[in-house]
Ligand binder design. Sequence first.
Ligand code: GLY
Ligand code: MN
Ligand code: MN
Length: 367
Amino acid sequence: MNKRLKKLQEAIGKAKLKGLLLKVNESGQSTQPNNQNVLYLSSFGGSTAVLLVTVTGAYIVADARYWTRAKLEAKDFELIKVERGKKVSHFINRALSEAGITQKMKVGFESHRLTHQVFEEWQKDLRAVLVPTTGMVEQLRQYKEPGEIKELRAACKATSKVYQEVVALMKPGMTENEVAFEIDSRLRKHGAVDNSFSSIVASGPNSAIPHHATGERKLKAGEPVVMDFGGVFSGGYCSDITRTVFVPGKSPTAKMKEIYNIVLAANQAARKALKPGILYRDYDKVARDYIQERGYGQYFTHGLGHSLGLEAHDPFDYEKAPLAVGAVFTDEPGIYLDGIGGVRIEDDLVVTADGAERLTTAPYWKF
Ligand code: GLY
Ligand code: MN
Ligand code: MN
């Protein structure tokens, strides 16, 4: 039995529940299903399934498209086959019955992931008392195991290679979309199965928009380009990197050089401050204070970073959970001068026993 499943089973017992139901939500917006909790617990990577985890058992309810994968991937789960012509609820009930769960027993569901429509259907059809839960699996995902860090390290290394290849071919006249195409195809070439979010290529004044929508604007010599991208790699782990570069052919302005150097120093200061036990707000404060002291505080308009893992923005208790060993966080300060240009530099860091390791090995800009 895998350790993650065991931990969840303990939590289910402690919550005085007989089981927990997890449903993969197909988002319809991405080729990647919103299945991170299911993937984390079972290794099942498909886009449609329901898991039932009880205090002592584990079941996967899947249709014929996924029978083979469910058997191969979700080895600790008993497969309940959904057959054509009957509602999925019928087969979830079969799992509940096999688990010995009766009509009056409490079974949790993930209230933050299930749609209201499915909840109503389950409430009508399922033989159990449904109880809302939040974050039972997300809590386990906050600190990464050595195997997960290995995957994240490989993902970040491949993503850093993509950066180096793309920066070498950037020239005036290319459009933002053309640069994004080079990023996306190279992510695939280096092992990504998808993007972790739509690649951001923001040139000239667009670089002052933190999450600019990449478009048809042509790059001009000497201007800044913010490139923010990442891949989802085969184990499901995401990378997330930002580099600000300058289009060759002309020297960047003194203002852009000034803010670049401040953002880079803030990024480095935060990395040096990251060590086991620090709270997110104190980590954020290191970069924020640095930028503030140099007069640009009001232009650093977002948080310093976020947890990274199976999701580009992985779940984390930012208020209370310390950044302990195994926490993986981005370090992405920025300064955005409206109408002029912006700089963001983003690294992915993992907290180690004595500090932090930088996973994104891509070099910074050298003037
Ligand atoms: N582009 C998403 C992020 O850096 O968080
Ligand atoms: Mn990013
Ligand atoms: Mn990020």
